[in-house]
Design a protein around this ligand. Structure first.
Ligand code: NAI
Ligand code: MG
Length: 357
């Protein structure tokens, strides 16, 4: 099988961390029946510098043609004075909307070796492994009409939330498919006691669940879900929710694991394409020093193999290698305690590649 990956390193630490993820992808597929073809492209500030736009037409074409996209991060203080449409972050919004990436998958996994970094008690978070599936292209962030208008002599801001059946069904399917690969539990998070969008959301989730009899579906109101995430997060396997709720809950869940340098993400469309990137930004404060943690990007590459190429076996190998490296006490500066061995970005990449065997 031959697949192509568009690599968009972006800005700041982006090039340093994607380089390590590409090395790991090459190593894990070496000698397998999956042949990867890497294509380099420009996005964000790097694209602005070279082509005058954060999401050039050429990058758009390459993204549409690729089987998957691996992205580093975009942004940096040198771009802060640009007009909004030319800012690096617009490149990210541009590629998400051009590819129609409606499903955002964010795992929150606590590596036992890093248990001390969580803000919660070890017994509450030990073994934590949950997946938040957030709807990414609908809901109140995109709903029309929206604006600020004058009503009875004062200004009023307004937004609109709507979801149609097809939008709910497709994100539901992503959640159930993911649950089939995991512990076969889906918790659908809504506010069905108040919102009509949630009433329909719940109805459609129940309908989708009929196609996945092995998966247990439960429902939870979003306010309770926020509470349960800090009270007893291990009750969850897959959580599926709409855009705004998912924005908040996924940030909350990610912090249970304590370390931004460890958190991958995937954003999928309905053509089987996906964009994979670490959850963190371009970290301009440490860019160019060779000390960034590449593990979030390496774990994003594992998600790429699992979700875009159906190679959960190779993804498992990468995740096991990461765990092994942590067992060895190897840490980049962001996760390093005095007992650990501090390594550079490249040394961390070396160690993961070595641990694959
Ligand atoms: P950030 O995530 O880049 O950095 C926050 C802190 O975490 C910094 O101290 C940084 O050094 C550290 N950090 C982040 N990733 C790390 C890693 N892999 N290894 C070690 N330490 C790491 O967020 P910040 O500082 O708010 O934003 C910096 C720039 O990144 C801004 O221009 C922002 O707009 C952009 N950004 C881009 C995102 C993306 O490309 N998806 C997401 C978030 C921010
Ligand atoms: Mg957010």
């Amino acid at each position: 099988m031959q697949k192509s990956i568009l690599v968009l390193p972006g800005d700041g630490i982006g090039p340093e961390i994607t380089e390590q993820a590409v090395r790991v992808l090459k190593a894990v597929t070496d000698g397998s029946d999956l042949a990867l073809n890497f294509v380099d492209g420009l996005i964000g500030g790097a694209a602005y510098d070279a082509a005058g736009h954060p999401f050039p037409e050429e990058t758009k074409k390459a993204a549409m043609a690729a089987d998957a996209v691996l992205l580093g991060a975009v942004g940096g203080p040198q771009y802060d004075n640009l007009d909004r449409p030319l800012r690096p972050e617009r490149g990210l919004l541009g590629i998400r909307s051009a590819m129609g990436l409606f499903a955002n998958l964010r795992p929150a996994i606590l590596y036992p070796q890093l248990a001390d970094s969580s803000s919660l008690k070890p017994e509450v978070v030990a073994g934590l492994d949950i997946l938040i599936v957030r709807e990414l292209t609908g809901g109140v962030y995109f709903g029309q009409p929206r604006g600020i208008r004058e009503v009875d002599g004062q200004r009023e801001g307004f937004n609109t939330m709507h979801y149609n059946e097809a939008e709910i069904e497709r994100i539901g399917r992503v959640a159930f498919e993911a649950a089939m690969q995991r512990n076969k539990k889906v918790c659908s998070v809504d506010k069905a006691n108040v919102l009509e969008t949630s009433e329909l959301w719940r109805e459609i989730m129940i309908r989708v669940a009929k196609d996945y009899p092995q998966v247990e579906l439960t429902h939870m109101y979003v306010d309770n879900a926020a509470m349960q995430l800090v009270r007893w997060p291990k009750q969850f396997d897959v959580m599926v929710t709409e855009n705004l709720f998912g924005d908040i809950l996924s940030d909350q869940a990610s912090m249970l694991t304590g370390s931004i340098g460890m958190l991958p993400s995937a954003s999928l469309n309905d053509k089987g394409q996906g964009l994979y990137e670490p959850s963190h930004g371009s970290a301009p404060d440490i860019a160019g020093q060779g000390i960034a943690n590449p593990l979030a990007t390496i774990l994003s590459a594992a998600m790429l193999l699992r979700y875009s190429f159906g190679r959960g076996d190779l993804a498992d190998k990468i995740e096991a290698a990461v765990s092994h490296v942590l067992d060895q006490g190897l840490r980049t500066a962001d996760i390093c305690t005095p007992q650990d061995r501090k390594v550079s970005t490249t040394q961390m990449g070396d160690a993961v590649v070595a641990a694959l065997d």
